[in-house]
Write a protein of this length. Structure first.
Length: 146
């Protein structure tokens, strides 16, 4: 009986993990897209972003404060960031992939003291469709709390 319970538990865990991945991208493809996106960001290759990011990309400050509703808004914001901080760079130092989501830890340089951020990317149809970010940066504008 103990073997049956253990087997069923393992099967349930496997099915739960498998059902979470509703992206058509493999972990390797997702990691490659993340690294390419980081390269484009750091080198300000904004015209290439549509290869990776959805035109209807939504960006949230975690947990649910919407910062951008489409790729054009994201590009506009990133351009402003690089005008204000021309030495701005992001370095990924950890990536965890769970289903169709990737959780990144980054270190940001070029805005004074380096700081860390956490990003959550959601993938669908071979592109990133949503981003949530968590940052304690003193240089990131925050939504005012009511």
């Amino acid at each position: 009986m103990k073997k049956i319970i253990i087997s069923l538990s393992l099967l349930l865990c496997h099915l739960t993990i498998y059902s979470q991945n509703n992206s058509d991208a493999s972990q390797l493809e997702m990691t490659k897209m993340i690294n390419t996106l980081s390269e484009y960001y750091n080198n300000q290759k904004f015209t290439n972003l549509s290869e990776i990011l959805s035109d209807s990309l939504q960006v949230f400050e975690f947990p649910n404060t919407r910062r951008s509703s489409n790729l054009d808004q994201v590009i506009s914001q990133w351009k402003k960031t690089f005008i204000k901080y021309p030495k701005n760079k992001a370095e990924i130092f950890d990536i965890y992939i769970v289903g169709n989501k990737a959780i990144l830890k980054e270190r940001i340089y070029g805005r004074g003291e380096p700081f860390e951020t956490v990003l959550i990317y959601e993938f669908s149809n071979g592109e990133i469709i949503k981003v949530w970010f968590i940052s304690n940066s003193p240089t990131t504008a925050r939504a005012k709390k009511g």
